[in-house]
Design a binder for this molecule. Structure first.
Ligand code: GDP
Ligand code: IMO
Ligand code: MG
Length: 428
């Protein structure tokens, strides 16, 4: 069976957790391919239990699924152990987890640098999650990273850390006026993590490719989203990895031609956490309406999310960049009770209307949304399960999004629960 990728189309928090959990029932493997514990994926199980999952794949909650952390993820071992302990205490069996030997580790100096650099940037800060993600990826690319497999060789771990901290401590102490990090303390701490994580460490590239050869179902679970992609997002206001579908191949070692289905998760409106351009952002009572109705508070940092109308320019862009075959529109229920709903169909930049993402960040910063107004509906739609159950105007809203984004909407979320969906086309 070819693999399936689930990708965020906007600036994150589209509901990837819910969708991955829903599809997980049909999967043999669920795999995280990038990011780290900067992600926050919410799952509400049919008995009403709410999980906030950060680093492990959401598939860990589904009995029978093998959860995999791929090589493209950056792993904070302290966080991973606490997340596994918490899940275990809640009755979840985590013993089947596979952790790529190639994944890079988030080290104490990464967390320290993430925080001081943000403070140093002042008004120009990115608004990161402070989890050390950016510095960990920067060191990976600079060939200064420490990998999961280094935990298996204490001599190598110490040698690498000694070399790296020689430079990092200079920066921490002399540039940022912070305390130096002690090599021995970190080695001791990380060797304790090594003992705990050893049973999970595996050659995940081989496992996943064999699984695909054997006809197993593999789901690649994206974190973050298209507009936060370091190459295709609103740089520099992005995360430091590739959440887009191409990143799924790189972050797992599953070849691109083995990934045939690309499911784009798209909120019926738009949100963003942290700094950066956001053309349809609202600063009025409608923004307040979406924030309150949608419960738009970050799962990882608790920050209020910035809210705005649906942006079809982003939608089209995400469809193209990720080769999206099916859109899963989430949170349509949040829009009930609005008399009319604006949808951004293009941008006005320097007096000219454009329908595609501008070539430069400067233009995106100056982009003013061009709105089309669709009629709203007053009914609560939480109980709807068939497209025909939805009010006519809600159907028209979805059909218009489909037209504007240029791909079919296969499922529509009408509530946070696993079952709260209108299914139009089967996607697995
Ligand atoms: P993720 O990071 O993409 O997994 O998304 P988050 O979990 O950070 O944020 C999505 C929020 O929307 C969570 O609180 C979900 O429980 C909730 N959610 C997902 N789908 C729906 C939906 O269709 N309707 C409503 N009302 N809430 C939803
Ligand atoms: P999920 O998977 C929303 C944002 C941060 C910040 C920028 C860089 O739940 O959709 P980082 O700590 O990654 O260096 O921060 O990216 N960000 C997210 N925003 N959802 C996420 O994950 C995010 N992960 C990172 O707010 O603007
Ligand atoms: Mg989230």
């Amino acid at each position: 069976m070819p693999a399936i990728v689930v990708v965020g189309t906007q600036w994150g928090d589209e509901g990837k957790g819910k969708v991955t959990d829903l599809l997980g029932a049909d999967m043999d493997y669920v795999v995280r391919y990038q990011g780290g514990n900067n992600a926050g994926h919410t799952v509400v199980t049919p008995d009403g239990t709410k999980y906030a999952i950060h680093l492990v794949p959401v598939g860990i909650l589904t009995p029978g699924v093998t959860p995999v952390i791929g090589g493209g993820v950056v792993v904070d071992p302290k966080f991973l152990i606490s997340e596994l302990d918490e899940l275990t205490a809640g009755g979840v069996d985590v013993s089947n987890l596979k952790l790529s030997a190639d994944a890079h580790l988030v080290m104490p100096h990464h967390r320290a640098l993430d925080r001081v650099v943000e403070r140093y940037l002042g008004k120009a800060r990115i608004g990161t999650t402070g989890r050390g993600i950016g510095p960990a990826y920067a060191d990976k690319v600079a060939r200064m990273g420490i990998r999961v497999q280094d935990l298996l060789d204490p001599g190598i771990l110490r040698d690498k850390l000694q070399l790296i901290l020689r430079e990092k401590n200079q920066i921490l102490v002399k540039v940022y006026n912070r305390k130096a990090i002690d090599v021995d303390e970190v080695v001791e701490e990380y060797l304790e993590y090594a003992e705990k994580l050893k049973p999970y460490i595996a050659d995940t590239r081989l496992i996943l490719n064999k699984a695909i050869e054997d006809g197993k179902n593999v789901l690649l679970e994206g974190a973050q989203a298209t507009m936060l992609d370091v190459d295709h997002g609103t740089y520099p206001f992005v995360t430091s990895s590739n959440p887009t579908a191409g990143g799924a191949a790189v972050g797992t070692g599953v070849a691109p031609n083995k990934i045939e289905t690309s499911i784009g998760i798209i909120k019926a409106y738009t949100t963003r956490v942290g700094a950066g351009p956001f053309p349809t952002e609202l600063f009025d009572e409608y923004g307040e309406f979406l924030l309150k109705r949608g419960g738009e508070y970050g799962v990882t940092t608790g920050r209020q999310r910035r809210c705005g109308w649906f942006d079809a320019v982003l939608g089209r862009y995400a469809v193209r960049v990720n080769g999206i075959t099916d859109l899963f529109v989430t949170k349509l229920d949040v829009l009930s009770e609005l008399e009319r709903i604006p949808v951004c169909v293009g941008y006005e930049v320097e007096g000219e209307v454009i329908e595609e993402m501008p070539m430069t960040q400067t233009d995106l910063h100056h982009a003013k949304p061009v709105y089309e107004y669709l009629d709203g509906w007053s009914e609560d739609i939480g109980h709807c399960r068939q497209f025909e159950d939805l009010p006519k105007n809600a159907q028209a809203y979805i059909e218009r999004l489909e037209e504007l984004c240029g791909t079919r909407v296969s499922v529509i979320g009408v509530g946070p629960g696993r079952e709260e969906n209108v299914i139009r086309h089967d996607i697995v």
